[in-house]
Design a protein around this ligand. Sequence first.
Ligand code: GTP
Ligand code: MG
Length: 458
Amino acid sequence: MEDTIAAIATPPGIGGIGIIRISGPKSRDIARLIFKSSKGHDDYKSHHLYYGDIISPETGTVIDEVLISLMIKPHSYTGEDVLEINCHGGHVVLQSVLAEVSRAGARLAEPGEFTRRAFLNNRIDLSQAEAIADMTTAKTERGLAMAVSHLKGNLAEKIEKIRASIIDVLASLEISIDFTDEDVEFRNPSEIAKKIDFINDELHEIAKTYREGKVYRDGISAVITGRPNVGKSSLLNRLLGEERAIVTAIPGTTRDYIEEIINIRGLPVKITDTAGIRAPENIIEKEGIHLVWEKLAQADVVIVLLDGSDMLMKEDTEIIHRSREKKHIVVINKTDLPHMLDELQLTAISPELQPPIWISAKHGDGIPALKDAIHALILDHTEDCHFPYIVSNVRHKSAIEKTRCLLSKAKDSILNDLSPEFSAFDVREALDSIGEITGKTINEEILDRIFSTFCIGK
Ligand SMILES: Nc1nc2c(ncn2[C@@H]2O[C@H](COP(=O)(O)OP(=O)(O)OP(=O)(O)O)[C@@H](O)[C@H]2O)c(=O)[nH]1
Ligand SMILES: [Mg+2]
């Protein structure tokens, strides 16, 4: 029998309320032991709220005035008896109540242990457990919507359908193995190969969504680079909607880099404002410029910022050249001032350059177009795509790829007329591989890895 676990489920710090969550067979006994209902109840109905005090059985002192609810199995988050105590939010209060809960027989939960139990008790599959973690770390509303879709089981349902088709293929092969000595030819190789092709096409369609899923889940990084004074910090502030970086008319204002996360059409973008590129005047500036090249090398997108009210200079050309290997956008700032920059000169130094985007970081002109351009550069399209399911987790993507590989191998064996045992072996492995996504086949090591990323109390 499982033991009973307990944890503070709300984040540390002062809050309106703080919740202690308890799961396991002793939940009801713990309630009876440390809680005194104001109405004198001594038994608690499932899914009802009771008001009263947490009292230390040892000293008789009141620790907190609380609301408790008991959720009797299997109708609870973990599928076990769950007790939730709504305390006043505050570190000492919660620690004191938790100490009483422990004394009454619960052990402190490991990170993710509640969700792990929900998985082990078949309340949710593994992809849904991962979705719960993704919900808590979602960076934009789009990322959240994706996690909710996983939690609702949209991807799991699709994967289970494919798993059923793979079982069909395996069944056909097993029949062939069983009846190889018979005269009747049960096995139809081209039929099975066709089925495998169909499954692999479906898997390919699902795997294709990964790039988009990953960027919405994990986000991308964009670096703003340019000469001093072109308006890099002004652009960061404009995109962020607040005066985060210092802006002055003195070239060389920004020395260190500044990073902030912004939401561009649902994409979480870590945007970095950097020091202006020029021949450094001192060691501080030299270090700052060194960091620009480092940041540029790591970035997913480089925003090359030019000053439209000035001539093109050799530093501008160098930056454009250095950004060539990267996904980059050339942006011309200060469109509110008289134009001095010659676009033809730009085309001459870099004929393959996409048309630049004109903006005014100071007044906001062109910012929506810039956001569209960043979005399009990452996702290769500007319109919003809504897949019925989307893969955002690298573990799922690897499992899908491995499955495809094994199925292709099985198909080759079939078409080369090898004994059906060979292909059956690969199909069985493929089945295991696809089953890893929802947790139909799983090993403890993977479970440990997944649930250790959760917070305690989840
Ligand atoms: N007219 C006009 N001035 C701008 C615009 N964007 C920035 N500026 C001005 O240009 C000057 C430099 O702006 P910053 O944002 O500090 O430029 P920077 O590229 O971060 O400069 P460094 O940190 O020195 O590399 C400031 O005086 C800004 O007010 C713009 O769109 N139009
Ligand atoms: Mg700056």
